[in-house]
Design a protein around this ligand. Structure first.
Ligand SMILES: [Zn+2]
Ligand SMILES: [Zn+2]
Length: 268
């Protein structure tokens, strides 16, 4: 039996969404994101838990068929809007002069529970729960679980995002104290900062790398979102990969690597 990951990261494998997860995420894509209270919850929870980070993108990309811009649909527009905000917010937090060390570690750890996990833990609905606009959530879950469009995105942009993928997530050589330039995901970065608390220079280098990476991701997410609007210019390959870089940073990298057919290296 596989050992459960200590961060709750997704295992390398397909993501089988439940009907209820699909129903709640489909409703989220259709409006919750516009709610100011939900947005401030997302800033406190640093997005969703690893499972729902990727589930959110899967639901939007697989199920949203008719969009604007060159692609027309099956694109992560909502995801770009939310993660541009989260990437910029976290980059700014890590850049505060007094933000190093223990305070920076705190900025990398959610202060609130995943919004979806919290909804799932609420009172179960009696009987048949209707989805957004009376949609059939079971049929939508079956459709989303095929992962057709998400797989295509992850595979087509792998060359662009792979250099930014966290080696600790992908089972590569686990980063050491002097690997300040290695692009760790949020979860492994928080752990590295905690482990190297007494080495201020190494911690500062890691946090500076993450801060710059997040600022660059936020810029590209804004450009990608524009490419999905009526007047927006087409996005280049690096920009197309930006949403995967963002979700990989916030929720770990096993899932896109699995979809792109990249084997975990160095795993026992
Ligand atoms: Zn969750
Ligand atoms: Zn990682």
């Amino acid at each position: 039996m596989a050992v459960p990951d200590r961060f709750g990261l997704l295992p390398a494998g397909p993501l089988l969404l439940t009907t209820e997860e699909t129903r709640l995420l489909w409703a989220f894509v259709h409006g919750d994101i516009m709610d100011a209270a939900v947005r401030s919850w997302q800033r406190a929870s640093l997005g969703f838990c690893p499972r729902h980070t990727w589930a959110y993108a899967v639901v939007e990309i697989e199920l949203w068929e008719a969009g604007v811009g060159g692609r027309g649909g099956h694109q992560p527009f909502d995801v770009c809007v939310l993660y541009e905000d989260l990437s910029r917010t976290l980059s700014d937090r890590l850049g505060r002069p007094r933000g190093w060390g223990r305070r920076a570690e705190a900025a990398l750890v959610p202060s609130r529970r995943c919004y979806l996990c919290s909804q799932l833990a609420g009172t179960p609905r009696e009987g048949f729960a209707l989805g957004y606009a009376n949609s059939n959530s079971a049929a939508l879950a079956a459709e989303a679980n095929l992962l057709r469009h998400t797989r295509r995105w992850c595979a087509a942009t792998a060359e662009e995002w792979l250099p930014s993928a966290c080696p600790d997530c992908l089972g590569g050589p686990v980063s050491g104290a002097d690997d300040g330039g290695v692009p760790l995901c949020r979860l492994h970065l928080a752990e590295a900062v905690r482990a190297g608390a007494e080495d201020e220079a190494a911690t500062a280098a890691r946090l500076a790398e993450a801060r710059e990476r997040l600022a660059s991701i936020a810029q590209r997410l804004a450009a990608l979102a524009r490419s999905m609007t009526a007047a927006g210019a087409a996005a280049d390959a690096r920009t197309e990969a930006s949403w995967i870089e963002a979700l990989g940073f916030f929720g770990g990298w096993q899932f896109p690597a699995y979809l792109a057919g990249i084997p975990a290296s160095g795993a026992p």
